[in-house]
Design a protein around this ligand. Structure first.
Ligand code: ZN
Length: 160
């Protein structure tokens, strides 16, 4: 079977990785991916990576990219066709069933796979708008902004 692979990933897919890096420049990118390798094409001839409508985002919770959280949040993003992470798949077509067990050969423990609907391939709006709502990210940001504690922060005898 001849498989056609596009030369460029779609703008929406590229935006996922660029925006993640803009938010968290130190994030691990080891399992990032847009277009498939030759081996990947052979193994998965029907993959959305072949059409540029898929993106793999490396799971790196220590550096801000927590794919457990992102998996849940992206169900609300209308650009998403389906998501695969840690042996689970969620797809818009079957959302009534919720998360299902993913039985593919690669359980996707190191990256979140995002497939994008072709109708939304050029939509590069913010993929991570939910991130400032995460308490851990919020507190990291606050920690950076706040000054070092001053001596007067030590409770006075009156308060103690
Ligand atoms: Zn993938």
């Amino acid at each position: 079977m001849k498989v056609t692979v596009v030369k460029r990933a779609t703008p929406a897919a590229i935006a996922v990785l660029r925006q993640a890096t803009a938010l968290f420049p130190k994030r691990n990118k080891a399992s990032d991916g847009l277009l498939p390798s030759a081996a990947h094409v052979k193994a998965s001839p029907n993959s959305d990576h072949n059409t540029g409508l898929a993106v793999d985002l490396t799971h790196d919770p220590k550096n801000g990219i927590d794919c457990d959280v992102i998996f849940d949040e992206l169900k609300k993003d209308e650009r998403v066709a389906y998501l695969i992470f840690k042996g689970k798949i969620w797809s818009r077509d079957r959302k009534a069933e919720g998360e299902r067990k993913y039985s593919g050969s690669n359980p996707h423990n190191k990256h979140l796979h995002i497939s994008i609907r072709s109708s939304h391939s050029n939509d590069t709006s913010n993929w991570f708008g939910f991130i400032d709502k995460q308490p851990n990210v919020l507190s990291q940001t606050k920690a950076k902004l706040s000054k070092k504690p001053k001596k007067k922060d030590i409770p006075s005898p009156k308060e103690a």
